[in-house]
Unconditional design. Sequence first.
Lengths: 235, 547, 424
Amino acid sequence: MGNLIASELSQAWNEFARSFAHLLPRLLAVLIIVVVGWVIAYLTKIVLRSVLRLVKFDRFSERAGAAQLLNTAALPSASELLCQLVFWLIWLGIGMAGVSFLGIAGLQQDIASFLHFLPKFFVAVLIVFFGMLAANFFARAALLAAVNAGLPSPQLLSLSLKVVIVVLALSMGFEELGLAQNTILIAFSILFGALMLGLAIAFGMGGRDLARQFLEKRFSERRAEKNKASDLSPL
Amino acid sequence: MEATPPPALWYKDAIIYQVHVRAMFDSNGDGIGDFRGLAQKLDYLRDLGTNAIWLMPFFPSPLRDDGYDISDYTAVHPSYGTLEDFKVFLDTARDRGIRVIIELVLNHTSDQHPWFQESRSSVHNPRRDWYVWSDTDTRYRGARIIFLDTENSNWAWDPVSKAYYWHRFFSHQPDLNYDNPAVREEIWKVMKFWLELGVDGFRLDAVPYLVEREGTTCENLPETHAVIKELRCRLDQDFPGRMLLAEANQWPADLRAYFADGDEFHMAFHFPLMPRMFMGLKLEDRKPITEILQQTPSIPDPCQWCLFLRNHDELTLEMVTDMERDYMYDEYAQDKGMRLNLGIRRRLAPLLDNDRRRIELMNGILLSLPGTPVIYYGDEIGMGDNIFLGDRNGVRTPMQWDGGWNAGFSSADPESLYAALILNPVYGYPAVNIHSQGRSQHSLLSWMRRIIQVRKSTSIFGHGSMEILYPANHRVLAYLRQLGRETVLVVNNLSASAQAVELDLSRFKGNILIEMFGRNIFPRVGDLPYLLTLGPYQFFWFRLRRI
Amino acid sequence: MADDDILSDDLLRQLISVGEVDILVGLHTHNHAETVGHVVQVIRDGLLKYFPRERVAIVNADGGSQDRTIDLVRAVSISDVGNVSTIQALRTMHIVSTQYSGTPSAGKAMHIVVAAADLLRAKACVIVAPESSEIQPEWIDRLLRPIFQEHFDFVTPVYRRHRFEGILVTNLLYPMTSALYGRQVREPRPAEFAFSAEFAGRLLGHELWTADAGRLGPEICFTVEALSDGLRIFQTFLGPKGRLEQSPDLVVALRQTVGPLFWSMERTNSKWSAENQTQRVPTFGPEFEVTSQAVNVDRKRLHHMFRSGVGDLQDVLKSILSPGTLTQLQHATTLDEDKFQFADELWVRTIYEFAASYHHEVINRDHILQALAPLYRGRAYAFLTQNSEASADRLEARTQELIQSFERSKPYLLELWTAKERGS
């Protein structure tokens, strides 16, 4: 019996060693791929950083308002962020491709799905990012217009516009990712529709007196403002 | 000798050459041109292409106004020859197909005329009323003074008669009294005298001023027109085909009256047009020219305008506004010595800075506008002037025939010439003369012969109607001349720079343009405006033909 | 050479017919039928009276008027076509009309006028605003004669204004351009002005025609160009400034003036950064004249809009202004109306920080200009309150003090301008 156990143990050990010996080169290969991938990703990051500096990408992102946005989120500058993103995308991509080389069943499929998911994720991030930029821009434009026109509650107006655009951008992002599409779509529709309906009811029924007074006041103020303003031209 | 009855309307085809017999050619070496000399030079006029000659006054005269102060209406000044010489000259002219127009000063005589001598002698003299006398100088206050530089009143005191006499010109030129039938009869006798000799027409000097009436300007009065009508009626009756040409420096509307219904003058000088031609050239803008043409009334068919660029008088600026006069003075007569009596006393070439292109352009316009052109002697070779000769004598210097002794004008001593020759290097006779220009095909003289020839190749210029075109480019003066089915297009560039012009010739669509000098073909008129480009001061005469 | 893209075939044909001119009058119109008829008649009278011998053309660049503007302008032409005119004139006076496509803008219209002036080799060009109801024939003489006789390149007007009119000019445009460019031009954004052929040639090749700033406010760009290039500038007193029935919206006014000024500063950086002294410009007539008739101004509203504007735009102003300046402005919002102040130094620093922010494009440039509006209102309120009883001389003295304040703070502007990062 002792011999049997030893023999089985020896056989198991031999099989393990054989499997390990079979796996080890692949593991080594994967490690090499990952290391090489890191080097490629790093070099690409360096080159991209120089290119972005050359085309003054940071200045462009500052003009677009992205710098402010990133600053608020305690994120690094736009060019640095992009470099990092590209770095990770390349390294992860090469890494995943290397891991698939291990030949582990099931893992390949998951990796393929992950690689297939990456571009969508990237696009969704972009949609949300630009949506945030647009929200900032239009919110600021609305704020300035409202302030200079003397409208009441300009900040509320600006914020409302910002929220609408952000929600829209998020919805589009989630839709791109394919996550809870229907839920998001329905929720957004309900929210947006309810908002509009609510406003309509508020002004049309519950707030009609207020609405009338508001409009009357606005028009008469405008006329008076016009009459008074025309006495002195800034030019 | 009787003149053969000339064809009617001959004056519409005439190219008139204006000359003073004194200035043309001296045949007897006394330094003064004469009729024998003029007769010798008629071949030149014929070769030039002119077919009529207008002689300035050649009657006996004290010559205080260059012969316009006449002391005998029916004789020839001895300096110019005899009546016989004149008859020979007439015959010679007729043989060469050249008609003769002489000048008759109707309005006034010299104070040396026997009529005036008699009139002033006594209030009872039969000729007393042959002139306009007054005890005061306050009558006819509405009349302007014409010779502003020398006269300060239209009345002059006569110490012999102890009364004032009326004179619209120099004080030594008392006005005849046309209210007196005897005066009118005598004047007709004078005209008849010359008509019987064979002259073809009269240029009647200073006609607007014949009659005076209180409370008027004493110009263009109905009574004046009545006098002219009477003379014209007698002319047509006894001497059909002879011509009367009016010298009346008036606005076109006032000039119209001198044609009446074709029973007054045959022709009249278009005075207001002339300064505007010079103005348009300087402004490089056709506006002054087209506006005066727009204001020019239509005249009876047998009548004709008489056009000129320069003549023996100053370039008159009476019929322009003050602004226009100032402009003309500043542009053409910066030297005040050039100015005289609201005018500029310069010849054509000096006025145009001796610019050959401008001289050609102005002659081109003169010869293409509706009317009979008059060429002042010497302007066909670009003669210069001498403003230091006083009055208007600077434009009446001897003709320059060649570069030799006295410019070939006279064999007399140069100091004895009636006027000094032009001597400066630019216009002097060695540089500007007929002989040397005749030898060159490219001289101004040769060019003038050519253009006169082209003008005479068609009767459209003398007889045709005119329609002004108004292209957007105001530097281009363009008009159509039409007679029957014949059409000529004239396009003139008034500016010193090249111009492009688009002409609306849509109603002539399909016509080919044929340039009249070179007879080259230009493109056919199509649907689009007709585009032409012209060099500085260039002009075109096109015959339109539908083939 | 003129840019032939802006000259339509029809316009070019008209210009060919006009030929070379001595004087070109530019008129930019858009539905000005109420005033333009009178304006062009006065222009014509002025030209006939003072320049009867010169070759003249009036070029009307119209932005697509739906009323009788173009017909009214054309009616004053003097030509031999049609009935004989009763007007005594030596020459034809051409009217060239063209309608350009796109949104009506002063920049497009002026581009056409400058191109036409260059093509026609005009010795002098004068621009007249179509709403100049106060224009007199003498204005034409006063604007053009310095160019003809004394060979100046750029002639700007001096107007008789109401003491409180044109605060944007007297408190910003005039003192700032004086301090930056070393010469005091009273009306940097003139409604009527004249320039020489040489200047027209320079302007034609300028990049302002393709920039938004140039499209909206070419006049300021012209003035800055003349100032920075050291051209000979002359000022001439005209008279009362024509007043619009309805004064322009403040934001529009800022876009037409301050925006182009900031834009021009970028292009002339090397010039204004080296300028040290301010000198007066030769002037015909009084340099300033003010009237004092009563006007109705809602000062309360100005103060209110300043306070609410600073409060509501805090986040925006944080991007533009330095913390110190913003704090001071916020403090000013706490002051009651009767105690309100907006000191020269604060105003100058504010403007310079705005200029630097515009240059660095910290946010959208148009947003920067809009953000200035409530601050201008605060300054206007302070100006009206503090000078309500001031004499004309006192007003002028205060303006000179403001110029000096702009000059003193110039190093600060330079520092901001050349800073690599905002907030440093």
